[in-house]
Write a protein that binds this ligand. Structure first.
Ligand SMILES: NC(=O)c1ccc[n+]([C@@H]2O[C@H](COP(=O)([O-])OP(=O)(O)OC[C@H]3O[C@@H](n4cnc5c(N)ncnc54)[C@H](O)[C@@H]3O)[C@@H](O)[C@H]2O)c1
Length: 260
C-alpha cells in the first residue's frame, strides 16, 4: 500500500514567497493547505498549480491575526488533508505607510505585531501541541515548524520600526519554540529572507533596483526570488537539518556581510 504523503500548512500562500514555498513543497511530495486571508482567487491559482504537480492542495481562508481563525485553519486541514507534518509561518504584512519612527502610529504597531508576531506565535502553539499528540499516535514523523522572518529582524529601518520589531520578535519565537520542542522531536527553524521580488516590495521596486543593481546593498547583485526562499524551506522539510534545530538560514544574497 502506498504511504500517504506528508501534509504542510503554508500561511499566506496565495502569492509571493508563500506561493513559492507551497509549490516547492508540492514538488517535494507534500500535500499542502494553502492559507489565505482575502484573495480566494490567488489561493485557488496556487492550488491549481499544485494539482498540476500531482499533489493535493486545499485553500483555507483564515486570518492568522484572529484566534478563532487560527484554530479553524488547523482543524480544517486535519479533517480534509490529515495531520500536519510541517507548518510554515509565512504570512506577514508591511506597514501601510512607511512613517518615521518619531511619527509612526500605535494603530500600525498593533496591526503589524498582531499579524507578524502574535498570529504565528499562537498558531505555532496550537500546531506544536497537536504535533506532539500526532507523533505519539504515530500519525506524523519528524514534524517541523518554520518561521519566515526577515533581515529586518536585525537591520533597523527608521521608517518601519514596527515591521522590524515584529520580525525581531518572531526570530526569538523561533528560538523559544526550538528549545521547548527539541525534546518532543519537533525541529523549529528560522528562514531569514533579504530583499525578495514580490507584491510586498513592488512599491519600492525602483529604489531597490538602483540599490541592488548599481549600489553595494547586495554582494549578489540580483533580487531574491520566492524560489530562493523555497529552496531553504524544502531542505528543512526534507530533513537535511535534523540535528540543527533553532538555526537561522539566511537567504539574502549576502546582505548580512559587512564588507571592508
Ligand atoms: N518580499 C520581501 O522582500 C521579504 C523579505 C523578508 C521577509 N519577507 C516576509 O516573507 C513573508 C511573505 O512576504 P511576501 O513578500 O511574499 O509578501 P506578499 O504581500 O506578496 O504576500 C504575503 C501573503 O500573506 C497574506 N497575509 C497577510 N496577512 C495575512 C493574515 N492576517 N492571514 C493570512 N494571510 C495573510 C497576504 O494575503 C499575502 O498572500 C512575509 O512574512 C514577509 O514579511 C518578505
Amino acid at each position: 500500500m502506498a504511504t500517504k504523503p506528508p501534509v504542510a500548512v503554508v500561511t499566506g500562500a496565495g502569492r509571493g514567497i508563500g506561493r513559492g514555498i507551497a509549490l516547492g513543497l508540492a514538488k517535494a511530495n507534500f500535500d499542502v493547505a494553502v492559507n489565505f486571508a482575502h484573495n480566494a482567487e490567488a489561493a485557488a491559482e496556487t492550488c491549481d498549480e499544485i494539482s498540476r504537480l500531482g499533489r493535493h492542495a486545499m485553500p483555507v481562508r483564515a486570518d492568522i491575526a484572529d484566534a478563532d481563525d487560527r484554530a479553524q485553519l488547523i482543524a480544517e486541514t486535519e479533517n480534509r488533508l490529515g495531520p500536519v507534518t510541517l507548518l510554515v509561518n509565512n504570512a506577514g504584512i508591511a506597514p501601510e505607510v512607511r512613517a518615521d519612527v518619531l511619527e509612526s502610529t500605535e494603530e500600525s504597531f498593533d496591526r503589524l505585531v498582531r499579524t507578524n508576531l502574535k498570529g504565528p506565535y499562537f498558531l505555532t502553539q496550537i500546531v506544536a501541541t497537536k504535533m506532539i499528540e500526532w507523533q505519539r499516535a504515530g500519525l506524523v514523523r519528524e514534524p517541523k515548524i518554520v518561521f519566515i522572518t526577515s533581515v529586518s529582524a536585525f537591520a533597523p529601518s527608521v521608517n518601519r520600526g514596527d515591521y522590524c520589531i515584529s520580525k525581531a520578535g518572531l526570530a526569538m519565537a523561533a528560538k523559544v519554540f526550538a528549545a521547548r520542542l527539541a525534546g518532543d522531536g519537533i525541529g523549529v527553524y528560522e528562514v531569514q529572507p533579504g530583499v525578495i521580488q514580490t507584491d510586498m516590495t513592488e512599491k519600492v521596486r525602483e529604489r531597490y533596483d538602483k540599490l541592488i543593481l548599481e549600489g553595494n546593498l547586495l554582494p549578489i547583485k540580483r533580487w531574491g526570488q520566492p524560489e530562493d526562499v523555497a529552496h531553504a524551506v524544502v531542505a528543512i522539510a526534507e530533513g537535511r537539518f535534523s540535528y540543527s534545530t533553532g538555526i537561522t538560514i539566511v537567504v539574502d544574497g549576502g546582505f548580512h556581510l559587512r564588507v571592508l
